[in-house]
Ligand binder design. Structure first.
Ligand SMILES: NC(=O)c1ccc[n+]([C@@H]2O[C@H](COP(=O)([O-])OP(=O)(O)OC[C@H]3O[C@@H](n4cnc5c(N)ncnc54)[C@H](O)[C@@H]3O)[C@@H](O)[C@H]2O)c1
Ligand SMILES: [Zn+2]
Length: 373
């Protein structure tokens, strides 16, 4: 795909950016100036008023829709409610859908925007760390089905992504740590300097007390994602790399029935498994699994799973990245360099999953310590 700056130019970020939402949107889109803001009930008390006032000042009429927080809202039922309420509120061609929230709101509102009146302009205002460094950028949306996560959706790139790191101030600690797993992922894939920065800062508390550092980290990650998406919107090549840790991570989430673990918590363990796989295949530096675990542990993320390989393997077979019956894994050779491996030998996969399996009574000699998931 030809390189353009389309995705990057749509991403605008700075502290306090929410106040500019209306002005930036007015610059971009012709009338009608009608906006449906989709948000969730956790997020609304913190920033819905500010979003509405930024839009109203720029001449937009706004209508807010509050969905229940949580992954369960990525359903056809809630999507149907959003469709009906946006239409009842008088949406017409050119009306805008704004997602104000984390990845759940973004994925649901994005699919609503893509399908309402054959496609309405869409704006992302991510309020979670996962949203700001990952899910708001790249145009993927979707809902879940009983057969799996994100199985129904489209690519509908947002006209504008407004990243305001000030919005992270109210994000609960566990959600924040989970988002850091994706930051660590970018570090191993493309930006070793991010890993050095995280090591130098030390830990979660120190990082959270330094908003200017967080701003820089969020901007760096958002840029990496935007650049990759520009080169490969439909995930036929380079974008696959963003799935580092996600083959095992998704299997852990599925084995857990999406109940007790956050996405980043599962993906962190998945990155360690992928690092072991890389070493097993002779592709990765021998020190890689320890490097990945050390950073995750430092930021309070789990480094092992209670699920045994035989519980995870059935889900690897159903992974969305599978093509022509082959499973695909992302292997990092060393921080900053990664590739796709198709159908690695099953014994290697088994050993990688064994390496992150923490049994009931871990022995003192276990190489992996930390919180069990
Ligand atoms: N489309 C993509 O490319 C893409 C990429 C990664 C993840 N995702 C999807 O994103 C979802 C995960 O995103 P998430 O981690 O943001 O989950 P989320 O949207 O559920 O947000 C996490 C929790 O934090 C709350 N929250 C969000 N921002 C807040 C704030 N500023 N203050 C207080 N509370 C706040 C939410 O209400 C929720 O309870 C998953 O469904 C995943 O599939 C999509
Ligand atoms: Zn992810």
């Amino acid at each position: 795909m030809a390189t353009s700056h389309a995705t990057r130019s749509r991403v605008r970020g700075q502290r306090g950016a929410l106040a500019e939402l209306g002005n930036w949107l007015a610059e971009l889109l012709p009338p009608p100036r009608k906006v449906a803001i989709v948000t969730d009930r956790n997020v609304a008390p913190f920033c819905l008023k500010a979003a509405e006032s930024a839009l109203k000042k720029a001449g937009f009429a706004t209508h807010a829709l509050l969905i229940p927080p949580g992954e369960a809202s990525k359903s056809l039922k809630i999507l149907g409610n959003v469709w009906d309420r946006v239409l009842t509120a008088g949406a017409e061609r050119g009306s805008v859908v704004v997602a104000l929230g984390g990845g759940v709101v973004g994925d649901l509102a994005g699919l609503a925007a893509a399908t309402l009146l054959r496609g309405l302009p869409f704006v992302q205002v991510p309020t979670s760390l996962v949203g700001q460094v990952d899910s708001a950028i790249g145009g993927k949306n979707g809902v879940n089905r009983p057969t799996g996560k994100n199985l129904v959706g489209t690519f509908h790139p947002p006209a504008l992504v407004v990243i305001d790191p000030d919005l992270l101030a109210t994000l609960p600690e566990r959600e924040y740590r989970s988002g850091l797993a994706e930051v660590i992922k970018y570090g191993f894939l493309k930006a070793p300097e991010l890993l050095d920065q995280l090591r130098a800062i030390g830990d979660y508390e120190a990082l959270r007390s330094r908003p200017e550092v967080v701003d820089a980290i969020v901007t760096r990650c958002a840029l990496i994602k935007a650049e990759i998406v520009e080169r490969d919107l439909t995930e036929s090549g380079e974008r696959l790399l963003l799935n580092f840790g996600h083959t095992t991570g998704h299997a852990i989430e599925a084995a857990d029935s999406f109940q007790s673990l956050l996405h980043g918590e599962a993906v962190g363990v998945g990155m360690i498994a992928a690092a072991f796989l890389g070493v097993d295949l002779g592709a990765s530096d021998a020190t890689l699994p320890a490097e990945v675990s050390e950073l995750l542990e430092r930021y309070g993320l789990p480094v092992a799973t209670r699920f045994a390989p035989e519980e995870l393997l059935p889900f690897v077979g159903r992974d969305k990245k599978k093509k022509a019956g082959k499973s695909r894994w992302i292997v990092v050779q060393r921080a900053g360099s990664a590739c796709v491996v198709e159908d690695p030998p099953s014994e290697s996969v088994l050993r990688a999953m064994q390496a992150v399996h923490q049994r009931e009574e871990p022995s003192d000699s276990s190489p992996l310590r930390g919180e069990r998931v």
